[in-house]
Design a protein around this ligand. Structure first.
Ligand code: HEM
Length: 340
């Protein structure tokens, strides 16, 4: 019988995968779902680019046009928006799964770092996307968020100019954010995703327990079947969310007149809450950078043990697990305090 030649998609997986690690309840498909959401983002973003106008005078009007006049524009914008929101959630949960199963240890520490860069890119992708609406709701985030950069000693002013394209927010800012959103972060995300996937294969596939336990294996064809089902379910959820809960859009931004109740995008509300209680440099820059550094240092500082790989809640990784859980819970609490 002629052997089936593996196609490119099958190449993403080892030919045989341990049953336990290949099962949905080990990874919850979170890395794969994040990748699939990125594909949806690329596809719908590509379609939006045909109608979006990156200028302060026309940006908001062009998003109104996409939403209300262009055939299927509302659906495409809705899917783009929801894929971006879900990506923040799935990426965070994927990181949590990796830390709880000790999958960052030993040779996978480099991939942990690559993942941490991807997390930052996902957040910046989302932030620049929000700003492209150029509506009243984004004015607080745009002004306060970018002003934080100025508080950084020595290089703050130059970084600010690089971020917003001028000495104050204006026409140049939207062009700059547009450039970063559709080229800059897209290229960086593309490079890091390919590298991240290459490392998963190079590191021996998904992490698995090193101790003696009966290793039953499944084929990659079986895994791909589960993945196709997951993609189908995720697509249905995205379309349902886009139709039932379309993203909001208010009138054009007036940066001299910020609404009293304006908030940061939901994933940065915790920073807004922190800013209300102290110095902007400490609360808005140093604390977030410190948390990111802690995340990055998990395999190098918080748990340098080589054992416990692939074991849920392994005792060697307690410090790392508690640290990441505390970071996520604190962010959730700060967000809830601000919202409620
Ligand atoms: C856009 C964001 C991301 C995408 C698309 C992505 C994708 C993936 C995929 C598909 C896998 C293989 C299977 C799985 O665990 O589902 C994986 C594994 C891995 N990811 Fe991510 N990832 C992302 C972000 C992150 C983040 C934020 C971290 C940690 C800071 C991370 C660290 C890792 C590690 C260490 C592995 C190997 C896990 C193992 O062998 O069990 N990734 N990633």
């Amino acid at each position: 019988m002629k052997r089936k030649r593996p196609n490119f998609y099958l190449h993403l997986h080892s030919p045989k995968i341990p049953k336990r690690e290949g099962s949905f309840f080990y990874t919850f498909g979170l890395g794969g779902i994040s990748m699939f959401l990125l594909l949806w983002l690329g596809l719908t973003g590509l379609l939006e680019v045909f109608y979006y106008i990156p200028s302060a005078a026309d940006a908001n009007r062009s998003v109104q046009m996409i939403t209300f006049l262009i055939p299927y524009g509302k659906l495409i914008r809705g899917i783009h928006y929801w894929a971006g929101q879900l990506l923040v959630v799935t990426t965070t949960l994927h990181m949590l799964r990796v830390v709880l199963t000790g999958s960052y240890k030993a040779q996978r520490s480099l991939n942990w770092l690559l993942g941490a860069v991807l997390l930052v890119v996902v957040l910046l992708f989302n932030f620049t996307g929000y700003a492209l609406r150029w509506d009243e709701d984004i004015s607080w985030a745009l002004l306060v968020g970018t002003n934080l950069i100025k508080t950084i000693p020595l290089i703050g002013d130059s970084l600010y100019q690089i971020a917003v394209g001028s000495s104050s927010i204006g026409e140049q800012t939207i062009v700059r954010f547009y450039g970063w959103h559709i080229y800059g972060f897209a290229i960086i995300a593309g490079i890091f995703i390919v590298w991240h996937m290459f490392r998963v294969r190079r590191d021996g596939g998904i992490s698995s327990r090193q101790d003696d336990y009966p290793v039953e294996k499944i084929t990659r064809d079986e895994l791909v079947e589960i993945e196709i089902l997951a993609m189908f379910v995720v697509s249905i959820i995205l379309i349902a969310l886009a139709l039932l809960l379309p993203p909001s859009l208010s009138g054009p931004a007036d940066l001299n007149n910020i609404p009293e109740d304006a908030t940061a995008p939901w994933f940065f509300i915790w920073v807004q809450q922190l800013l209300g209680s102290g110095d902007p440099l400490v609360m808005g820059v140093l604390i977030p950078v410190f948390l990111l550094a802690l995340i990055m240092l998990v395999p190098f500082l918080l748990d340098r043990n080589q054992s416990g790989i692939g074991v849920w809640f392994n005792k060697e990784g307690r410090l790392a697990q508690i640290t990441i859980i505390l970071i996520i819970v604190s962010i959730l609490i700060l967000t809830l305090i601000k919202v409620l």
